[in-house]
Design a binder for this molecule. Sequence first.
Ligand SMILES: *Cc1c(COP(=O)(O)O)cnc(C)c1O
Length: 400
Amino acid sequence: MNEPHSSLQPATLITHAGRPKGCKVTVNPVVARTSTVVFDSMATLREAVAGRARHETGLVYGRKGSPTGESLEAVICALEGGHRSRLFSSGLAAITCAILSVVRSGDHVLVVDSCYEPVRKFCVQYLQQMGVDCSFFQPDLSDLKAKIRPNTRLIWTESPGSILFEMCDLPALVALAKAHDNVVVAVDNTWGSGLMYCPLRLGADISVIAATKYLVGHSDVMLGAVTTHQDRWTALADMGDLLGHCVSPDDAYLALRGVRTLSVRMRQQQDTALQVAQWLQKQALISTVFYPALPDDPGHAIWKRDFSGANGLLSCEFRTDVSAQAVDAFVETLQLFGIGHSWGGYESLALPVSPAAVRSLSHWQGRGNVVRLHVGLEDPADLIHDLQTALARLGEGLAG
Ligand SMILES: *Cc1c(COP(=O)(O)O)cnc(C)c1O
């Protein structure tokens, strides 16, 4: 398999990593569908099983990975700058396995208040019940130092946060964590997807990407990936094996096809999103636009320092006299933005979201209703025209 030099730029890495190597090979790896792998002797079978126990790559049994999956893992690992990557059947499966590879009963976990909501649910509804204490900290880290306990084992963060895209100063977080023995730092890197942000290079121990979003990029596959440095790899890989996590080679292939164009898609979606965000900022019915690439966004300085770009995801807060019902009607008036979960595909989406419902520390009282927009690969002028039409309709409703 091709393993390009890690000094190459991300766009070059995603073009060359994980490809078959040799003379007269196909450009892309084959889709190796299998459960059973057969061997020519007991000696080669035992060799393969022993190699797998030493965490070497290579076919043993379908659940334990496929060559197609290994190609994709190589691409993600090259982007993230880690030791190894492991695929999971969804972003959430990757997250829960990453957490379980670190914590034991009696430990304490600190989770950023702006985390992806199902992560909060997993910690509160499952970890607590299993004897792992869990508390939340502010995305601006103002209370983090005071909340670290002697038994704190894991700090889970996401930068930027879900829904409102608060930037987290990861190098500062790592410095606080590493002042203590034994605190592991894990980051949900779905927003930057390894192309725009590399937490492992900023001192994190574990990075997780919901590949469902930008890596796959076409809204047709569920997939997650965890990448770690060498010292966390065995625990992660063993936990994945213990829980029986695996990914179909067909899904891995689709993701591999998607990731080859990640850099052009994301750059285009960033360009369009910035135009849309700046246009939205000028609209009377919108009070705040949340998008770290905007110069007046509170997280802009950290974004500029730690990220190489943005993506197509932004949120906007409506004036407080715009009701939730009116916001629903606004979203339903849009013609080019689909109503649905997820993001990172080639198509535009709109979804009313509620910061108050998914945060425990931040106060949203007295603020307006929020819509999250995902900007796809459509022409920016068409998207802005669509938004303008729906906003005009909303304004007429308010006046009448
Ligand atoms: C969507 C998402 C996930 C979960 O990914 P799935 O593949 O849907 O399970 C995790 N983290 C973030 C930030 C996400 O947006």
